[in-house]
Each structure stands twice: as structure tokens, then as C-alpha cells.
Design a protein around this ligand. Structure first.
Ligand SMILES: Cc1cc2nc3c(=O)[nH]c(=O)nc-3n(C[C@H](O)[C@H](O)[C@H](O)COP(=O)(O)OP(=O)(O)OC[C@H]3O[C@@H](n4cnc5c(N)ncnc54)[C@H](O)[C@@H]3O)c2cc1C
Length: 371
């Protein structure tokens, strides 16, 4: 396997639990996730349960009860209850999730500091070549190497992902705003920008902001924190409070990309998984959740089918329709957020309010999927 992010690590663990031998080659010298949080919806906590990690995830994370959408001034538009079902929703620090996955794998299952470059097929075997000069042979190769997957480029040509006109900022702080409703993920929608926050384990608050922006826009000279303070100064009071309480150095920025869903992912005994296969905008919070689903299903297919080629065909046929729908839904949600005209943004908020129960049902059906 190439890539030891959430998708790769979960796949290695699912394969290990299924009694199959897999080794991950990861380009970074150290295992570390970015300092940000993630919401694991019920479709993802189902996978953690299958991997026997759910109790641990709840212990280091925070149980989420409601997903609430508001106007920028804090007027509630929709409130989706997410607790009380057979599986919980958990807010967790990315590094804690990665730790949970890695600590359950034997050390020799991952090799760090190896950057994949290309592969060659020899009959039923595939040989992977790395920048260091290392080469290794196996029965199959899985590319879990993210948005700019090299395995994908080697299989299908080097087509760049599509920039979707959004820049994001993410931050973590120990400060809990006095108006924060425990257990809530709260999102606020404005004109061409939005803001959201939730609690992770250890009472850490994780917040995220998104705004329309040209590709690779550099930071302003005043710095990220000042820029955000200006962008959100007249929004719901918890928002400027959270920005003010965050250290400048702990604010991350990321440009948002996806790829239009295309098949195939697999070619004989090689396939793709997670962002390498189906990168999506984070508007539905499903990128890592669907990578966990992929991990569990590819391991199941490899266990059930003796030939990796057949297993990968089966895996792709199970995964493509679901992930295609979520990539498209995420893009649609991104477009709703792009509205800058006050009238259009006002109409959007009214639409969200009126369609409250339909929106709630569509989230429920997305999260009800059981891999
Ligand atoms: C702002 C933002 C917010 C998000 N919020 C959420 C959320 O709330 N919920 C959610 O479910 N998802 C969320 N996501 C999406 C989620 O982060 C990704 O979908 C998920 O991390 C993908 O995991 P992955 O393992 O497929 O890829 P990655 O995490 O990108 O991991 C790929 C790994 O492959 C390694 N690699 C790359 N190239 C090579 C190579 N040539 N050789 C060896 N190793 C290589 C990389 O170093 C990396 O470790 C968000 C994304 C963004 C940008």
C-alpha cells in the first residue's frame, strides 16, 4: 500500500484483522496528521465498531448530539439531531484517530520515508519503485496516497484535481465560548463565506472557516488571525471569540479541490482508495468517513475473493456509486455557500429553513449507510 493517512492506515488495519498481509509505504518520515478535528458520522463509527476501535474513539473524542445550521448572526435555520441512534457521532482530533489506527498495527507493517514513484507488473505480481531506490514486490498494490495520488497518475495519467474556488482556515483552542451548546456542531452561513465549530475530546474546540478565493491566494501581510478577525468581526459572538483565542501558529489554511467522479479506479491488481480515488469538498464532512468505508470494504473483498483483480472489481462496483453521489452532493453544498449577493444568500437561508426536514432526512440517509 502507498500512503499512511487515515484511509491507508484503516485499510492496513482492516486487512490485518482479516488475516491478510499488507505493508504501508509512507513518504513522510514521521506519522503525523494536521492539527485539526474531524466529525465521524455514524457511517464511519460503524467501521470503527467493526474494527473494535469505537470504545477507544469515544474515550478520546467527544459525543456529538446535534448538527445545526444558522445565519451568520446565529439565527437557527435547521437543527438535525444525530444522537439516540444505534451508533454515535464522534468529534475527534485527527492525530487521535490516526493514533488509534496505528497503535493496533504491528510496527513492521509500515515503512516511513519512502516516496512511491512507479510500478511494473510481472505476471501476477506488481513491483513498486521508490525514490530511495527501494523496490518491493507483492500480489497487489493499493494507492491510498491522497488528492495528488502518484499511483493514480501512473495508472491513468497525471491530470490535476479541480480547484473549487474556496480557501479554508482551521484552528484549535482550549477556549469554550459561553454560548456554545455542548454536543453541537454549529455552522454559520454568510455571503461567500461560512464558519463552523465543534468540540473534540479533552474539551478542545475545533473551528473551520471557508471563503471564496482565487487559487493559491497568499496570506495577507497582517497575518491569518487578523484577516479572520476582520472577516468575521460582526458575526455571531462565539466566532470572533474563538478566533481571538487561537494562536496564530495554530491556524492552518488549505485550498479546496476535488475531481469529477470517473471510473475505473482499478487496473488488474492495482486500485485506489480514499482521496486518491474520490477526493471531495469537505462540505458534507465525508472525505475521511468514506475513506474508512473504502478500507473496510476493500479488505472484505480481498478476503472473500482469491484473486486481487476480481476483489478490486467487486470493491469498485460497491464503492463507485456511493462515493460519486457524495462527491456531487459535496460540490452542490459548496455552490450554495458561494452565493455573495445578499438577496441570493437570503433566499438560500430561507430555502434551508423551509427544507429543514428534507435536509435532515438526507443527512440521515447518508449516515445510515452500513459498509
Ligand atoms: C478543510 C478540510 C476539512 C475536512 N473535514 C473533514 C471532516 O470533518 N470529515 C471528514 O470525513 N473528512 C474531512 N476532510 C477530508 C479528509 O481530510 C480526507 O478525505 C482524508 O484525510 C483522506 O484520507 P486519505 O488517507 O485518503 O488521504 P490523505 O490523508 O491525504 O493521506 C495520503 C497519505 O499518502 C502519503 N503520500 C502521498 N504521496 C505519496 C507517495 N508518492 N509515496 C508515499 N506516500 C505518499 C501522504 O504523505 C499521506 O500521508 C476535510 C478536508 C479538508 C481539506
Amino acid at each position: 500500500m502507498v500512503g499512511g493517512g487515515i484511509g491507508g492506515a484503516a485499510t492496513a488495519l482492516a486487512l490485518h484483522r482479516a488475516g491478510l498481509d499488507a505493508v504501508i509505504y509512507e513518504r513522510t518520515k514521521e506519522l503525523r496528521e494536521v492539527g485539526a478535528g474531524i466529525a465521524l458520522w455514524a457511517n464511519a463509527t460503524h467501521i470503527l465498531k467493526q474494527l473494535d476501535l469505537l470504545e477507544d474513539a469515544i474515550r478520546v473524542g467527544c459525543l456529538t448530539t446535534n448538527y445545526q445550521f444558522n445565519s451568520q448572526l446565529g439565527k437557527e435555520l435547521v437543527n438535525v439531531p444525530v444522537a439516540g441512534f444505534e451508533l454515535p457521532v464522534v468529534g475527534i482530533h485527527r492525530a487521535e484517530l490516526q493514533q488509534l489506527l496505528w497503535k493496533n498495527l504491528p510496527q513492521e507493517k509500515f515503512v516511513l520515508g519512502e516516496k512511491f514513484e512507479r510500478f511494473e507488473r510481472n505476471e501476477n505480481q506488481v513491483r513498486a519503485y521508490f525514490a530511495s531506490g527501494l523496490s518491493v514486490e507483492g500480489d497487489a498494490l493499493i494507492g491510498a496516497d491522497g488528492l495528488r495520488s502518484r499511483v493514480r497518475a501512473e495508472l491513468w495519467g497525471d491530470r490535476p484535481p479541480t480547484y473549487r474556488n474556496y480557501k479554508t482556515w482551521r484552528g484549535l483552542t482550549d477556549y469554550v465560548p459561553s454560548k456554545y451548546r455542548p454536543g453541537y456542531i454549529q455552522e454559520f452561513l454568510g455571503r461567500g463565506k461560512g464558519f463552523g465549530f465543534m468540540m473534540l475530546g479533552k474539551e478542545k474546540m475545533y473551528w473551520y472557516a471557508a471563503a471564496t478565493a482565487p487559487k493559491a491566494q497568499p496570506d495577507l501581510e497582517i497575518g491569518r488571525k487578523k484577516e479572520l478577525e476582520m472577516m468575521y468581526q460582526d458575526w455571531f459572538s462565539s466566532i470572533p471569540e474563538l478566533i481571538a483565542a487561537t494562536n496564530e501558529a495554530d491556524i492552518l489554511t488549505t485550498d479546496l479541490y476535488d475531481r469529477p467522479p470517473t471510473q475505473p479506479w482499478s487496473q488488474q491488481n492495482i486500485t485506489l482508495l480514499g482521496d486518491a480515488a474520490h477526493p471531495m469538498l469537505p462540505t458534507m464532512g465525508q472525505g475521511a468517513c468514506t475513506a474508512l468505508e473504502d478500507a473496510y470494504i476493500v479488505a472484505k473483498c480481498l478476503k472473500e475473493e482469491s484473486l486481487p483483480t476480481t476483489a478490486f472489481q467487486h470493491y469498485e462496483s460497491l464503492r463507485f456509486p456511493r462515493t460519486k453521489a457524495i462527491v456531487e452532493q459535496s460540490l452542490q453544498a459548496g455552490r450554495m455557500g458561494e452565493l455573495k449577493n445578499p438577496l441570493a444568500a437570503g433566499l438560500r437561508n430561507t430555502f434551508i429553513k423551509v427544507m429543514g426536514s428534507a435536509i435532515s432526512n438526507s443527512f440521515k440517509s447518508l449516515h445510515a449507510y452500513r459498509a
